[in-house]
Design a protein around this ligand. Structure first.
Ligand SMILES: *[C@@H]1O[C@H](CO)[C@@H](O)[C@H](O)[C@H]1NC(C)=O
Ligand SMILES: *[C@@H]1O[C@H](CO)[C@@H](O)[C@H](O)[C@H]1NC(C)=O
Ligand SMILES: *[C@@H]1O[C@H](CO)[C@@H](O)[C@H](O)[C@H]1NC(C)=O
Ligand SMILES: *[C@@H]1O[C@H](CO)[C@@H](O)[C@H](O)[C@H]1NC(C)=O
Ligand SMILES: *[C@@H]1O[C@H](CO)[C@@H](O)[C@H](O)[C@H]1NC(C)=O
Ligand SMILES: *[C@@H]1O[C@H](CO)[C@@H](O)[C@H](O)[C@H]1NC(C)=O
Length: 281
């Protein structure tokens, strides 16, 4: 049924399959019906996001000499509402998208928009129209699939789709996790990491083999900056640790002794000089 409909009424303007494709019907319909037709057969009524897309669209649609022209997917429900694109609620309107003296709301209920695809001066410009009027639907079919971008948002542009990646991911399909440098287990210790080994948000815990003492922090996290939150720890044997501690004690004791001895000598010197002075006096 679907294919018969497309064959009978529709026309595809497929040129590439890597980006969204535009399609139109050869049968004029009111706006509501036109949108329905787009949603049944393709993705939705066409959404234009910039002047380039507007220009591209009119370059591929067949020229019409007079009304009816084509419906585009921008509309509003009430007089004081802003014009809004179907699909993603964007409100983009180019600086001179409207034809001269439009939108004029001539019938006070002109809440749908047609695009002139003709050879006159207003070619490619928009005009507000009554939604009940019959015009040719223009639709788009999205090429973005759930799998197009692994960890990002798929965006369609003329003849291309691009993925804008979540923080921590890169690559054409956001398939590559930005990672921290690989970690290795400390000498005489173990390393265990959550999910992945060094991608963003991974946290790793360190433990030391029995008989070894962990010096430093026992856990690190791979941060969004692709750097580890901390340098890994070292595992020192208790003997090493003990001798380090002992060494420190010995050193400080020795220093203490030295200090005392020097102080003592100084005091002695002072004591020796004082009586001489006394004698002179
Ligand atoms: C657009 O706005 C309508 C009404 O506010 C809402 O129901 C709909 O989910 C929105 N669509 C998107 C794609 O944001
Ligand atoms: C609508 O989608 C296009 C791309 O898909 C994007 O460039 C634009 O910013 C979107 N608009 C809004 C309001 O989300
Ligand atoms: C308003 O609509 C009437 C017919 O419905 C038409 O004759 C007239 O030209 C329109 N005015 C403008 C400014 O489009
Ligand atoms: C649009 O057309 C359909 C079918 O052709 C009809 O049922 C519907 O009432 C029409 N809507 C408007 C607003 O004219
Ligand atoms: C599509 O976009 C990507 C990223 O912006 C770019 O590298 C690629 O060359 C584009 N392909 C085409 C056919 O324009
Ligand atoms: C990292 O965790 C934060 C918060 O839990 C989350 O928002 C973000 O998407 C995660 N990043 C990656 C690359 O997984």
């Amino acid at each position: 049924m679907k294919w018969i409909l497309i064959f009978a009424f529709g026309c595809s303007l497929t040129e590439t399959t890597s980006a969204w494709t535009y399609h139109y019907s050869k049968v004029p319909m009111n706006w509501t019906k036109a949108r329905e037709w787009c949603q049944i057969n393709y993705t939705d009524m066409v959404v234009l996001q910039n002047q380039k897309e507007n220009d591209y669209l009119i370059s591929i649609l067949p020229v019409r000499r007079q009304s009816p022209y084509y419906w585009i997917g921008i509309t509003k429900n009430k007089l004081n509402e802003t014009w809004t694109w179907v699909g993603n609620n964007s409100t983009w309107i180019g600086e001179d998208s409207w034809a001269a003296n439009e939108p004029n709301n001539n019938h006070s209920t002109e809440f749908c928009v047609e695009i002139y695809v003709n050879k006159a001066a207003n070619r490619g410009k928009w005009n507000d129209e009554k939604c009940a009027n019959k015009k040719y639907p223009v639709c788009y079919k999205t090429q973005c699939k759930a799998s197009t971008c692994e960890r990002g948002k798929c965006q369609e542009t003329i003849e291309n789709t691009t993925c804008s990646c979540e923080p921590g991911f890169q690559g054409q399909r956001c398939e590559k996790a930005v990672g921290c440098p690989a970690l290795s287990h400390p000498k005489n210790g173990q390393l265990s990491c959550s999910e992945g080994s060094h991608i963003i948000n991974t946290s790793c815990r360190f433990t030391c083999d029995p008989g070894f003492l962990l010096i430093g922090s026992s856990a690190v996290t791979c941060e969004v900056t692709a750097e580890w939150s901390d340098l890994g720890p070292t595992c020192a044997s208790y003997i090493e640790a003990l001798s380090a501690v002992l060494g420190f004690c010995v050193l400080s004791t020795f220093c203490g002794i030295c200090f005392c001895w020097m102080k003592h000598r100084k005091r002695k010197k002072v004591a020796q000089t004082r009586p001489t002075g006394d004698k002179a006096a």
